[in-house]
Design a protein. Structure first.
Length: 324
């Protein structure tokens, strides 16, 4: 059977797939256009989807042989999974394997924003460092502060676990409280969103993108935050109203922000690039060789199971039965 891979991946997981199926990998350094994607999938049984958007209009053009769209990533808002299910197409993702790496990076950009690492790096590179001065590039302490985690699933809890090493108070908000034993283990307190925003020194976002979470952090939410607080987004760009964030940063309603994702990715809201109090990263939260390779292995396992007539381990939709 044929599997099309929409962007280059490390060879190790692809070689596992090649043992059982014909694998065709997009040779370009750009994602395929919608027309190119449909053309490549004309005789394919599976798509290993690396960053491509697969919406209703594309699904309607796919060949009826396609059994599975295996998304390379934990988030799958790039795929219309519900509509795919109506067409009998399975959609899977790659959870768990990127949890710790993404939590690490959330902390990396949190620390970078708090201690002005990007600004300091540019300061030195621009030749402005002329020797130690006691009040140059002063940042904010992290130790002993309060972190508010919005979305307390796998990644949110991993971020909270790291906060314990910094002696922080951990607040969290989600649809409902987590298991009491786990809550005690993480020394985390469930609060409503407004309370979290008011009391946190660092607000870290880890919610999926859904209708309810789009612009969850808007002008009102930002107005509740401390003027000394920092916002960290390693979730999905549209969770934050970037125009409202820009205004909050410019007016110093909050101290700073760190963004790994953007509302209209890859575009960045005009004005953010010029601000010194925001750290910007190109969607690399899970960006380590080990994790990106392991994500490939999980996606491959999903594909092999589906093409063997089994239920993939990470199925995220409920496809209707195909006609014989």
């Amino acid at each position: 059977m044929k599997v099309y891979v929409s962007f280059w991946l490390p060879e190790a997981p692809l070689n596992v797939l090649r043992e059982k199926h014909t694998v065709v990998v997009n040779a370009s350094d750009q994602l395929p256009s919608p027309d190119e994607l449909v053309t490549q999938l004309a005789d394919a049984d599976a798509l290993l989807c690396v960053g491509s958007k697969v919406d209703k209009t594309i699904i309607d053009r796919l060949n009826p042989r396609l059994r599975i769209i295996a998304n390379w990533g934990v988030g799958y808002n790039n795929i219309d999974a519900d509509y795919a299910a109506q067409k009998g197409i399975m959609v899977t993702n790659t959870p768990d394997v990127l949890t710790e790496t993404t939590a690490d990076f959330s902390w990396a950009i949190l620390m970078a924003a708090a201690r002005r690492v990007a600004e300091a790096d540019k300061y030195v590179r621009d030749g402005k460092f002329k020797g130690f001065k006691p009040f140059t590039m002063l940042g904010a302490d992290v130790w002993g502060k309060t972190i508010g985690i919005v979305g307390f699933g796998r990644i949110g809890q991993a971020v909270g676990r790291r906060a314990l090493g910094f002696g922080m108070k951990v607040l969290y908000h989600d649809q409902k409280p987590i298991d009491r034993k786990k809550e005690q283990e993480l020394r985390a307190s469930f609060v409503d969103l407004d309370t979290l925003l008011r009391e946190s020194d660092f607000v870290s976002l880890h919610v999926p993108l859904m209708e309810e979470t789009k612009h969850l952090i808007n002008a009102r939410a930002l107005s509740l935050m401390k003027p000394t607080a920092f916002l960290v987004n390693a979730a999905r760009g549209p969770v934050v109203d970037e125009q409202a964030l820009l205004e909050a940063l410019k007016s110093k309603k909050i101290a700073g922000a760190a963004l790994d994702v953007f509302e209209k990715e890859p575009e960045v809201t005009p004005g953010l690039l010029e601000l010194p109090n925001v750290v910007l990263a190109p969607h690399i939260g899970s960006g380590s060789w080990e994790t990106r390779t392991n994500m490939g292995h999980v996606a491959v396992k999903n594909i092999i199971a589906a093409l063997d007539g089994k239920t993939p381990p990470n199925l995220v939709n409920r496809p209707v039965a195909r006609k014989p």
